[in-house]
Design a binder for this molecule. Structure first.
Ligand code: ADP
Length: 259
């Protein structure tokens, strides 16, 4: 498969705060790629740079051959992005929001209607499509954002904590859909805190820690580089992100509760 996202020597500073440094990464079409890391490790920053929403401080990022700093519109056309906290128009209904997305994405009405029906039914929101978005629950808003990002059948799908707020059935549908989209040659990139999701769905995983990639590869490669072929992603993650002393922390919490 071909490389669809290529990142070279990427760094990003917010003022004096370095969010990313020395990132080199190739993400292939036809794969589900997971980005893991503790809070503040740079996951959202890297995803927003890939989507051409945020500019890097230095380095080069190409998406399907387009430079994200020079060809923003070409990049945005090909990406469906679900931000960590989707900003939806509270005073529109999901139905109106999807029509708005379709007009921006230049979709025809029939394709729009077909897809909205299928997605709304699959995610169980068909009873809410004419309610105001502002009146919907967090999980339903998340589903609206996911559907809005997938409606135009983008080549690259980027989800920042996309499973947040989803009930188990919808999470399973989304996971299976992402795997299926990758099998059709799309590139799926997502960040998650749910390590079981990453382990079960991702072809490759990068672990970020304090703005650098501390490990990248398939689960097998991550296990090999951790020196333990039996280990699970949670242990690898905790070891690489400086959290091996969890037992001590829990013991000290238990102690302090007994005092
Ligand atoms: P993650 O998604 O892994 O939680 P982020 O990419 O949101 O990490 O943040 C990486 C680092 O950049 C953190 O130290 C965070 O505080 C900082 N950061 C993120 N956004 C901004 C911003 N708009 N201004 C200043 N610092 C920011």
């Amino acid at each position: 498969m071909s490389v669809s996202v290529s990142i070279r020597d990427l760094s990003k500073r917010y003022g004096t705060n370095t969010a990313l440094s020395g990132i080199n990464l190739d993400i292939e079409a036809g794969q589900v790629f997971g980005i893991l890391g503790p809070n503040g490790s740079g996951k959202t920053t890297i995803l927003r740079i890939i989507c051409s929403i945020l500019s890097q401080t230095s380095g080069k990022v190409s998406v399907l051959g387009y430079d994200t700093s020079l060809s923003r519109n070409d990049v945005k056309k090909r990406i469906g992005y679900v931000p960590e906290t989707p900003l939806l128009y509270e005073s529109l209904t999901p139905s109106e929001y999807f029509s708005f997305v379709a007009s921006v994405r230049k979709m025809d009405q029939r394709t729009l209607a077909d897809r909205v029906n299928n997605f709304a039914e699959a995610f169980g929101i068909d009873g809410f499509v004419n309610d105001l978005i502002g009146s919907l629950s967090f999980g339903t808003k998340q589903k609206v954002a996911i559907i809005g990002a997938l409606l135009h059948d983008p080549d690259i799908i980027v989800l920042d904590e996309g499973m947040n707020g989803l009930d188990p059935r919808s999470a399973k549908i989304l996971k299976d859909l992402l795997v299926d989209l990758a099998a059709r040659g799309k590139t799926v990139i997502f960040s998650t805190h749910i390590l079981e999701v990453a382990e079960s769905v991702c072809d490759r995983i990068a672990i970020l820690y304090q703005g650098t990639i501390v490990s990248v590869g398939t689960m097998k490669e991550l296990r090999e580089s951790s020196g333990n072929s039996e280990t699970n992603l949670e242990d690898i993650f905790l070891k690489l992100t400086g959290n091996e002393n969890i037992q001590e922390i829990v013991s000290s919490l238990k102690e302090s509760l007994r005092r």
